[in-house]
Design a protein around this ligand. Structure first.
Ligand code: FRU
Length: 497
């Protein structure tokens, strides 16, 4: 079976095989660098490395292959998530150098391992914080171990990972996600004068237990306000919140992260209400913009993201510009404006009277649909298959045919009023941004094999505009299929371990 309608034209995925978290996003020597968790051995095995895409403009990408892979005993079961920092003037040529920080994962069960400890929380695992540098942003040099299990506080279990490093007040800071020995999620912070020698600073706990593990902590510093983002595992599914098994969000802190030891988990805000979103990372680009990218997928789902033998699995969201809503203090997410440059043919969907239905059939499977000035209830439907709805005080998405859902069920949240909606459609990836980016849904949609996209809008709205979007990724994925580009060093490293 052919899957051309599922191809991605402007979303990043691994050319082949499995992708999860975005890693180490930065702007380095004029190019954006987006690393990602890459498992070349999927679905048989789980061996994480950092794959890499680079771009001058967040839109036109080049696949650079595998940048960091397991090569030392301390990362032999996976180069896990982390970040990069740009060290000004530190490269051999006097230019900038890129420093990566990541967690080296080691699973080392012993004969007495308790089989009920499936997560290796208390023994049989090592998490090492590791660094390495690169002058060209692609090839990394020798690795140095910065923190080993013995360096974490006693109340931490063996789950400690995903370093995020930043500079503030003239020194370096690292926040790590952790699980305590009594299975509570928390963050731990370290300080360093040189980025190499780290000393424990403080833990950040929630007031009351809030999940058993916090993964991928990240920071946002906007308009004089600080936000701590993390991905808590183990939140109970509630009527209107936390519908994924693992969730991702942030807390707007009343003070700086460096002054925080306790946060109010009741103020945790979910980034995204869709089925396919987890482990996002943030970074600040050279223009001072805070940008968020999420993994458009999640672990342990009861729905599939690679149906019918698709040989790649999951993608990243488009880069989202974060802005602070001065009224609520919350963060708004919108596609970076660079994406507008991919817009092609423009169609206005005009209903004759209020409540009437506007329909457009767009060539291709990539589209950007904007509905402005909405009053009242309505729907926006793609191919009579995927539907965004605002009905009876709820905003949500539903699948009208079982096949395209690949096991996903309807999702919705309560909402007083819907004013505007933007829907990015890219083959099997759909991102919905509502009310200026206050509410977001990211979903995979395994649509039928039709060459055109039918967009039907029943909202009473001031304006409904749809654009085709240029496919800038298909060629990149085709080129990247060359075996030496897809995972150049993997075989070489396999016997180094
Ligand atoms: C989040 C995560 C991270 C870890 C990585 C491993 O999705 O579990 O905590 O570093 O994925 O791939």
């Amino acid at each position: 079976m052919s899957h051309t309608t599922w191809s991605l034209g402007f979303h990043l995925r691994s050319p082949k095989s499995w992708l999860n978290d975005p890693n180490g996003m930065c702007q380095f020597r004029g190019r954006y660098h987006f690393f990602y968790q890459y498992n070349h051995a999927w679905p048989q095995d789980n061996q994480k490395a950092w794959g890499l895409f680079t771009s001058p403009d967040l839109v036109r990408w080049r696949y650079e292959g595998v940048s960091i892979e397991p090569s030392i005993p301390e990362d032999r079961h996976g180069v896990y998530s982390g970040c990069t920092v740009v060290e000004r003037g530190q490269a051999a040529d006097g230019g900038d150098r890129l420093r990566a920080y990541y967690t080296g994962n080691v699973i080392c069960p012993n004969k007495t391992h308790n089989p009920r400890d499936v997560a290796f929380a208390n023994d049989g695992r090592e998490a090492n914080e590791i660094t390495c540098t690169s002058d060209d942003g692609i090839h990394f040099g020798p690795k140095a171990i910065l923190l080993r299990p013995a360096d974490y506080p006693d109340h931490c279990s063996l789950h400690v990972r995903d370093p995020k490093v930043w500079e503030q007040d003239g020194s370096w800071h690292m926040v790590l996600g952790a699980r305590s020995v009594d299975a509570r999620g928390l963050c731990i912070l370290y300080d360093s004068a040189d980025g190499l020698d780290w000393s424990f600073r403080q833990a950040i706990n929630s007031e009351y237990p809030f999940g058993f593990m916090w993964e991928c902590p990240n920071i946002v510093q906007l308009d004089g306000h600080e936000y701590l983002a993390f991905s808590p595992q183990g939140l109970p599914r509630l009527a209107d919140r936390w519908h994924n098994l693992w969730n991702a969000g942030y807390v707007a802190l009343p003070q700086r992260i460096l002054d925080t030891t306790r946060l109010d988990e009741r103020t945790f805000v979910e980034w995204d209400h869709g089925h396919d979103f987890y482990a996002p990372q943030t970074f600040c680009d050279d223009a001072g913009r805070w940008i968020l990218v999420g993994w458009m997928g999640t672990f342990d789902t009861n729905y599939t993201s690679a149906p019918d033998g698709l040989d790649w699995c999951h993608c990243l969201t488009v880069p989202r510009l974060l802005t602070r809503d001065a009224r609520t203090g919350l963060l708004l997410q919108n596609p970076v404006p660079e994406l507008d440059g991919l817009r092609g043919e423009q169609v206005e969907l005009t209903g004759e009277t209020a409540g009437s239905v506007g329909v457009a059939v767009l060539p291709g499977r990539q589209a950007d649909v904007v509905v402005e000035g909405i009053t009242g209830d309505g729907t926006l439907t793609l191919d009579e298959s995927f539907q965004l709805f605002f009905q009876a005080g709820r905003l949500g998405v539903r699948y009208l045919d079982k096949h395209s859902a690949a096991g996903r069920q309807e999702r919705s949240i309560p909402l007083d009023a819907l004013h505007d909606v933007r829907v990015l459609v890219d083959g099997s990836a759909v991102e919905v941004y509502a009310n200026g980016g206050a509410e977001v849904f990211s979903c995979r949609w395994f649509c039928a094999e039709t060459p055109d996209l039918a967009v039907t809008c029943s909202f009473d709205a001031r304006r409904v505009t749809a654009w085709t979007m240029e496919d800038v990724m298909s060629d990149v994925y085709a080129i990247a299929q060359a075996p030496d580009l897809a995972w150049p060093g993997w075989k070489a490293s396999a016997h180094k371990i």
